[in-house]
Design a protein around this ligand. Structure first.
Ligand SMILES: Cc1cc2nc3c(=O)[nH]c(=O)nc-3n(C[C@H](O)[C@H](O)[C@H](O)COP(=O)(O)OP(=O)(O)OC[C@H]3O[C@@H](n4cnc5c(N)ncnc54)[C@H](O)[C@@H]3O)c2cc1C
Length: 472
C-alpha cells in the first residue's frame, strides 16, 4: 500500500527531512511544491501566524503594487471579487486559504524562531531554536524574507521629535495631525507620504534623487500586466516611459529634477498618489537631509523646516543572522550563490526569494518551485553541491538583486527543457569530486565569542554590524 505524504512524514526522523524556514508567501509556495512531490519536510515560522509580511510586516492600508494576476500562485487564483490591487488583508486571507486548500498546516509550527543553522558531519544541518531545542535536518530552505532588517540613514545632529522606520508605520493614526518628513521615494515611502498628505498637518518628502513615478494602471489595466514576456527590455522601458509621460507629464511640472537613472535600473516606484498630492500642495518635495537640529531639519539646498515625525523609508538590509559568518554570503543587496539559490561549497542550504523582482511574487514562485524540486531530487543523487555543477556549466554569480520576471520565466523554462543535460553534467562533476563533503562549522557559542571579539576589533565590519543589528 502506498503511503501518502502525511503518513510518510509522521515519525520520520528529521535527518531525512528538509526544513522550510519561514511560512510567508515564499515559504508556503515552496511547501506546496515539496508536498506535491512527496518530499518530506517540516516548516517553521517565528511568528504566531503564517503570512509573513502580509501578517506582521506591512501597514494596515497597504495594497500591492504588482497586479492580482501576476501576484497570485498560478495554481491557486485569487477570488474573483478581489480588486486588481488587493489589500494587505486580502493578501493575508489568500495565504490562509492557500495553506488550507493544500493542507499545509499540519507541517507548520508557529512561534518557532530559528537562532542558528550550521553544517555538521555527514552533510547534515543542525538547527537551533530560540528555546534552545536542536534538531538535525538533511537540508534547509531559507525563506526568511528580506523586508525586516531595517536600513536607517545616518544623521548629523539630534532631533526632538520621533524617528521611525517605514516598517514601524502600521496605522494612519501614527501620522494624524503631525508634521511629517518622509525620507525615501520607494513604494513604502510614497504610501506613507500619501497617507500623511491625507491625515497629517504637513508632509514633505526628502529624495536624494527623483524616482520615475510609474502609474499603477493605464487605460484601466494594471501597468505590470501590459508588459508581455516577448518584449525586450528596451521596449518595456519605452512603453513605461510613454505611459509616465502620458499620465504625469514631465518631472519639471512637479518641481522635480529628471531622474538620473534609466527606468528599471532601480526597483520601480509604482505610485499615482505622490504626483497627485504634489499638485495639490499636500506633499512638498525636498532634497536630501543635511542635518537635524532640535525640531528643525536642514536640507541640502539650505532650507529648513520643522517636523514632529521622521519616517525613514530607506529600505532593508538583506540578512541571515542565524547563519555562521562563513555562510552569510551577502554582498550589498545580493547573495553570492549560483542560480540565485545554490552554494558551490555546501550542499543542503538553499537561499530562496532574496531577489527584488519587478513582478508579483506568486507567479514567480509557481514557476520556480517545480524546477527547484527537480534540483532537490537531483541533489539527493549526487555528492557535490549543485552550485558547483552550475559553476562548472559556466554560470556566473549574480551581479544584481534586480530581476526582470520575464527573463526569469524564460530561464526557468530553459532549465526545464535542458534538465537532462544538467543531470549528465552533474554526474560528470560528481565523479570528479567523489570525496566531497560539507565542512562542519562551529556551534553558536564559539561563534558568539569570536563575533564579539571581532566586533570590538573591527568596528567597521559591515557584515558583522548588519547581522548584529538584525538579530531575529
Ligand atoms: C510595503 C510592502 C509592499 C509590498 N508589495 C508587494 C507587491 O505588490 N507584490 C509583491 O509581489 N510583493 C510585494 N512585497 C514584497 C513581499 O515581501 C512579498 O510579497 C512576500 O511577502 C515575500 O515573502 P517571503 O516569504 O519571502 O517573506 P516574508 O513575507 O517576510 O516571510 C518570511 C517569514 O520568515 C519568518 N522568519 C524570518 N526569520 C525567521 C527565523 N529566524 N526563524 C523563524 N522564522 C523566521 C518570518 O516570521 C516571516 O513569516 C511588498 C513588501 C512590502 C514591505
Amino acid at each position: 500500500m502506498k503511503l501518502n505524504h502525511d503518513e510518510i512524514q509522521e515519525n520520520l526522523d528529521t535527518r531525512h527531512k528538509h526544513l522550510i524556514l519561514g511560512a510567508g508567501f515564499v515559504g508556503l509556495g515552496m511547501a506546496q511544491a515539496l508536498k506535491q512531490a512527496d518530499i518530506p519536510y517540516d516548516q517553521i515560522d517565528a511568528s504566531d501566524q503564517i503570512g509573513g509580511n502580509w501578517y506582521h510586516g506591512v501597514y494596515q492600508t497597504a495594497h500591492i503594487i504588482s497586479s492580482r494576476k501576476i501576484t497570485q500562485f498560478s495554481n491557486f487564483p485569487m477570488p474573483d471579487h478581489y480588486p486588481d490591487f488587493p489589500s494587505a488583508k486580502n493578501m493575508l486571507d489568500y495565504l490562509h486559504n492557500f495553506a488550507e486548500h493544500f493542507d499545509l498546516r499540519p507541517h507548520i509550527e508557529l512561534n518557532r524562531k530559528v537562532t542558528y543553522v550550521r553544517p555538521i558531519e555527514n552533510n547534515l544541518w543542525e538547527v537551533t531554536f530560540a528555546n534552545e531545542e536542536q534538531r538535525i535536518y538533511k537540508g534547509v530552505l531559507l525563506c526568511n524574507g528580506h523586508h525586516w532588517c531595517k536600513r536607517f540613514p545616518e544623521f548629523e545632529g539630534t532631533f526632538n521629535g520621533e524617528i521611525i522606520h517605514s516598517k514601524d508605520y502600521k496605522r494612519p493614526e501614527q501620522l494624524k495631525g503631525k508634521r511629517v518628513l518622509v525620507i525615501g521615494s520607494g513604494n513604502s515611502g510614497c504610501d506613507v507620504a500619501a497617507e500623511s498628505a491625507r491625515v497629517g498637518a504637513k508632509c514633505m518628502m526628502s529624495m536624494r534623487q527623483s524616482p520615475w513615478f510609474i502609474p499603477k494602471s493605464f487605460a484601466g489595466v494594471p501597468v505590470v500586466d501590459l508588459i508581455k514576456w516577448w518584449m525586450p527590455e528596451w521596449l518595456q522601458r519605452l512603453i513605461i516611459y510613454s505611459i509616465i509621460r502620458l499620465t504625469f507629464g514631465t518631472h519639471q511640472s512637479y518641481g522635480l529634477p529628471e531622474p538620473k537613472y534609466r527606468i528599471f535600473d532601480r526597483h520601480p516606484t509604482l505610485n499615482n498618489e505622490v504626483p497627485y498630492y504634489i499638485k495639490h500642495g499636500r506633499i512638498t518635495p525636498k532634497p536630501a537631509v543635511r542635518r537635524l537640529n532640535g525640531w528643525e531639519v536642514e536640507f541640502e539646498d539650505g532650507s529648513t523646516e520643522e517636523f514632529d515625525l521622521i519616517v525613514c523609508a530607506t529600505g532593508f538590509h538583506l540578512a541571515y543572522p542565524f547563519l555562521p559568518p562563513e555562510l552569510q554570503r551577502v554582498e550589498g543587496s545580493l547573495v553570492k550563490c549560483y542560480g540565485q539559490v545554490f552554494l558551490e561549497d555546501y550542499k543542503g542550504l538553499y537561499y530562496i526569494g532574496w531577489g527584488q523582482v519587478r513582478g508579483g511574487v506568486g507567479s514567480l514562485i509557481s514557476a520556480f518551485a517545480p524546477v527547484f524540486v527537480r534540483y532537490l531530487q537531483l541533489q539527493e543523487k549526487i555528492n557535490v553541491p549543485l552550485g558547483l555543477v552550475l559553476k562548472e556549466l559556466g554560470q556566473k554569480l549574480p551581479k544584481t538583486h534586480l530581476f526582470d520576471p520575464h527573463q526569469m520565466f524564460l530561464e526557468l523554462k530553459l532549465n526545464d527543457v535542458f534538465f537532462d543535460f544538467l543531470v549528465k553534467k552533474a554526474h560528470r562533476v560528481d565523479a570528479q569530486h567523489s570525496q566531497f563533503s560539507n565542512e562542519p562549522l562551529a556551534p553558536l557559542s564559539s561563534v558568539q565569542e569570536t563575533d564579539s571579539a571581532k566586533e570590538v576589533a573591527s568596528g567597521d565590519d559591515n557584515k558583522l554590524k548588519v547581522s548584529a543589528g538584525c538579530r531575529v
